[in-house]
Design a protein around this ligand. Structure first.
Ligand SMILES: [Zn+2]
Length: 61
């Protein structure tokens, strides 16, 4: 049995065990699927984009 460590999601800030890790950032499964479904006109879209930009900046640093 594998021990899964809880990580802090960069989008919702909650500790989750299921999700994706991009470089050093973790996005939980629910936020990931939410982001995929979020349309550009959605009011939360700019929030997701800004969170992802942080990630992108880190990735290119
Ligand atoms: Zn999340």
């Amino acid at each position: 049995m594998e021990q899964v460590e809880a990580k802090t999601c960069i989008v919702c800030g909650e500790q989750k065990t299921e999700g994706i890790t991009v470089v050093t950032a973790f996005i939980c499964h629910s936020c990931e699927s939410e982001m995929v479904q979020t349309k550009v006109e959605d009011e939360r879209y700019p929030f997701f984009v800004s969170q992802l930009k942080q990630l992108w900046v880190r990735f290119h640093a």
